[in-house]
Design a protein around this ligand. Sequence first.
Ligand code: 26Q
Length: 824
Amino acid sequence: AWKRSQTAAFKSSDEFEKEVVRHVETSLARSMFNCDEKAAYSATSLAFRDRLILDWNKTQQRQTYRDSKRVYYFSLEFLMGRALDNAMLNVGMKDTAKAGLADLGFRIEDIIGQEHDAALGNGGLGRLAACFLDSLASLDFPAWGYGLRYRYGIFKQEIIDGYQVEVPDYWLDFNPWEFPRHDVTVDVQFFGSVKKVTNEEGKSVAIWEGGEIVVAVAYDVPIPGYDTPTTNNLRLWSSKASGGEFDFQKFNSGDYESSVAEQQRAETISNVLYPNDNLERGKELRLKQQYFWVAASLYDIVRRFKKSKRAWREFPEQVAIQLNDTHPTLAIVELQRILVDVEGLEWDLAWEIVTGTPQFGYTNHTVLPEALEKWPVGLVQHLLPRHLQIIYDINLFFLQYVEKQFPDDRDILTRVSIIEESQPKMVRMAHLAIVGSHKVNGVAELHSDLIKTTIFKDFVEIFGPDRFTNVTNGITPRRWLHQANPRLSELIASKLGSHEFLKDLSQLNKLELLVQDKEFKKEWAEIKFANKVRLAKYIKETTGVNVNPSALFDVQVKRIHEYKRQQLNIFGVIHRYLTLKAMAPAERKKQLPRVSIFGGKAAPGYWMAKQIIHLINAVGSVVNNDEDIGDLLKVIFLEDYNVSKAEIICPASDISEHISTAGTEASGTSNMKFVLNGGLIIGTCDGANIEITREVGENNIFLFGNLSEDVEDLRHAHTYGSHTIDPDLAKVFEEIQKGTFGSVHDFSAMIAAVKDHGDYYLVSDDFHSYIETHKLVDEAYRNQEEWVVKSITAVARMGFFSSDRCIYEYADGIWNVEPLPRRD
Ligand code: 26Q
């Protein structure tokens, strides 16, 4: 059997130390006498990197040699977080590094803390891609990620006077985890025009000419698997002007400025991640990013395939491409273009290969209409003239196929057409993705049912139910348990007898046998408390507010969005505050102390989301300074929520909030992270909450609110019937409007959304049930003994939510690929 000690291991902490010193002195050209924490971080990373490279090379060589089928995960977002801690743990050498660093006078946590998060994503979709890469490598799948190397990731959030301010996130000044491949480049064409000519064989062919070329340069990032030498590759493309540094002709003719401008224009493509989450905005640069990345990636894949000298028919047997949402849908069109225009295949044969089984799989992450991607036909025509023709041809053949099936139904053609006949006409990317993929999946059971019965209903009729499937999301237990919560991971390992559960999470179920073990329960509770103390310390350092670690920690951290209903939470907090204020002091003293913790970014152009952040901060400054209240209620907004902060927050929650309007949150994945760390959840019957309930049992979760099937009728009633506001909520509104939290004007829109504009997100409808359920939470928490039993039971039943399980489902049901373990 394979042993880590034969490959990437350091033989001892001495050996590791020597490597660190060597890197400080040579790679960094510094001396150990002025080695600060930043330099120690750099040298430690370089030392680990050296070892990873060996495994990485071997993995790639083996994949090439065996010529096995590969999976390519196309995602515009990879929300990786920090790499060093993960590399040390996956390689199994963190203890060695800890000892070595201690010997050099450093604490390993401080060194790990020096690393800047790789934040190339917005939220759930990007983090899912990162968890999948971890699982793919850990399970030995031959898999690559393809994405963009943004110079600026998601912005850094600062809170100034209670308002969000966005600061650019420049993260690349020192990044030891990427390897520029200046020899791996692809020319990507934009604009120009299409000419039809007849070739020597008398065949009519399209020639796309003119326009401009932008060069894609590959940057590779090693992805180490846990407890395996498999180290996969994440390839990120960076854009560069063609023709070297600048256009020498222009330079010589004295037009220096315009040649620099041209270079800058090319480089803008990979400059910045769009900070919208669940909102589509038709910006030309975004479409340019999509094509740039898709064209470079496909070219790379085709180049690799052609080396094997196989027939094109075998392409689907060698290549599986997963489309993370519709963002890479142009890949379908681009592959058809390559096969027809470049390789000279007949249209029908090419289309058979493109739609071959398994070739493209499309994952849908949303049913929100404002998030479904559409591009104006005119824009596509201008930027990608040949692609628009191909899209029209694909649509023509598709509509002919539909017409044959439903000869008397004109409406269905209008509904399913890839082109929306609006003013202006639009290309519907989801329709294109469904037509070009052999499988379409949702990300939780409810969500997968909803897409089949609502937005994609017609396509179920056309292609049959088998084109649609569900793969419920998961998270990697390596980062979200072992790395984020080492004490809990070690306690579990000591009880189960090994760390095997980190690769077979269903083994957690053996913990259920221990729920009556007093000593175990005590240790379990102690670990939660220590994690809360750590968070309390962090809160003190970053906000100046003292919170009592014995209070119930109630957490909602995720992107700020009306559908996720942070407004419901803060209105609930205000209600709690008013209730406490109205009590006689003697009664007040009997109440359970609570800390309400919020965190998350608002898209810079999402005005309402920014108002929600402002209200949370405004409530915090009143409540936290109210002497009647003291420890009974604190309201905290944590600035700049990101992956590394989630690693501190998730292990420290008692209860977390997943309270989206039913039917709106496709899955949610932080719900899984919190429960896996021994926190309970309060949530609606939405997304993966439903399956979490099925697994952990109704007694170990706090559900409330209206069900998805009732949402439509309620909305209808708001608009056409009478809409009465919940009386407790009305009191909350009155208090805000009195000016108790300042800025009456700012908050009026949030209130109006509920009172006057139809309460689309059902805040008032769910308010009573929400408040009552929070009372149940308080009651349950008073019985600590019982609470710990719930916590352990829930963790024991969370095995299903490992991203390893997801990857096996994708591999089996969608990709048809096998693991390729290394045996040397
Ligand atoms: C699209 C076009 C133009 C600009 C931006 C976008 C864009 C960017 C990001 C659209 C959507 C996103 C991100 C969506 C997202 O994170 N969705 C979440 O995916 C998770 C993983 O499946 C689910 O758990 C969440 O429920 C879902 O909201």
